[in-house]
Design a protein around this ligand. Structure first.
Ligand code: DAH
Length: 354
């Protein structure tokens, strides 16, 4: 084993020092160049050997080689150390604290108006009513004329309608339907077409349907919104009377509000499509609203002109219709006093119905 000359020993030491002072791979590569690069110290020593005698060359050469290997070993050790440190740093930075509580995904819930809507459908379906829906952009014919409310009739001013800049094929004006009553005509005339054969045989297949949906009027305050919800009801047959209306609506209200301590009253009113016409008021015998009469619906016996416009014979078909505000029913059921809360979309309000 060749002894390492003092100058080589010092060189190895100084390389080791320079390498361990390098804090990054780039600094380390710079330090390497000082020793092992083309103009580095080790390379200079190798070149200096040319002047030596052959015997000296051998020992000196071996010693330089040994020093070179020591320097390379120090370099590789430092490279590895820097790599390890970088990996450690990354692991630290990306560390997951598995003990942290997870972030919950909050789940949505149905809107109170949707809850009321679904409840209404369920209750009437249980009483044998079909559930129908139809267009919100509606023709003048279905909205008014077919409902015994011809152009220029003063009853048209009962509703502040949004007219749409559009005409049907028949040249008729269209509007955003101001009530769900057009569905009476649409549903019953489809019924008349599908039962044409039975009707021709003199049978009287019943019409029993509700039609919930969105409706529109030029209105905006604490109890009126330009877009609101109604549910239309229609029951026609050979012998369907006001008595059936009262029983049906009372059962509906008791089921909807989940109380038998509730009364109904009919107050005379006017609608072009019914004769006689009435408003339905309800009164709770218990709870925060106890004792007050609250208006919930318009109703009446379907006018013979309307039955005719359905394609049915008013001599054979008689019955009732009603139109109730779904928002109003929801407000009463959930104790909400300002209708606008339903349409603001504030989750603090809506979350209460989850
Ligand atoms: N369509 C009426 C309105 O929007 C409500 C109504 C009243 C509907 C009497 C009916 C009815 O079916 O018979 O104010």
């Amino acid at each position: 084993m060749t002894a390492i000359a003092a100058d080589l020993d010092a060189l190895v030491h100084s390389a080791e020092g320079a390498f361990s002072a390098a804090a990054t791979p780039a600094e380390l590569e710079n330090a390497k160049a000082q020793f092992l690069g083309k103009s580095g110290s080790v390379t200079a020593l190798m070149r200096g050997m040319a002047q030596l005698a052959p015997e000296e060359k051998k020992t000196r050469g071996a010693a330089i080689n040994q020093a070179k290997q020591a320097i390379e070993a120090a370099l590789n050790a430092r490279r590895q150390a820097l790599k390890d440190a970088e990996l450690e740093r990354q692991l630290q930075a990306e560390a997951l604290d598995v003990t942290l509580p997870g972030r919950r995904q909050s789940s949505g819930s149905l809107h109170p108006v949707s809850l009321a809507w679904e409840r209404i459908e369920r209750i009437f379906a249980s009483m044998g009513f079909d559930v129908a829906s139809g267009p919100e952009i509606e023709s003048d014919w279905f909205s008014f004329t077919a409902l015994n409310n011809p152009p220029n009739h003063p009853a048209r001013s009962m509703q502040d309608t949004f007219y749409v800049d559009m005409q049907g094929e028949d040249g008729q004006p269209y509007c955003l339907r101001p009530h769900t009553s057009p569905m009476q005509i649409r549903y019953a005339s489809a019924h008349a077409r599908t039962h044409a054969a039975a009707l021709a045989r003199g049978e009287v297949p019943e019409v029993r349907v509700i039609a919930p949906g969105r409706t529109y009027r030029v209105d905006n305050d604490a109890t009126h919104s330009p877009m609101f919800h109604q549910v239309e009801g229609l029951w026609l047959g050979e012998n369907v009377s006001f008595k059936d209306l009262k029983v049906t609506y009372l059962n509906f209200c008791r089921d909807f509000f989940e109380t038998d301590r509730l009364q109904l009253r009919f107050r005379p009113s006017y609608f072009p499509f019914t004769e006689p016409s009435a408003e339905i008021d309800i009164q709770f015998q218990e709870g925060p609203l106890a004792g007050k009469w609250l208006e919930v619906s318009g109703c009446g016996q379907v006018h013979p002109n309307v039955v005719t416009n359905m394609g049915l014979d008013p001599e054979r078909y008689i019955g009732f219709a009603f139109g109730s505000g779904i928002d109003r029913l929801a407000m009463l059921r959930y104790g909400v006093s300002d209708l606008r809360l339903f349409f603001e979309g504030d989750v603090r309000f809506l979350a209460q119905f989850a």
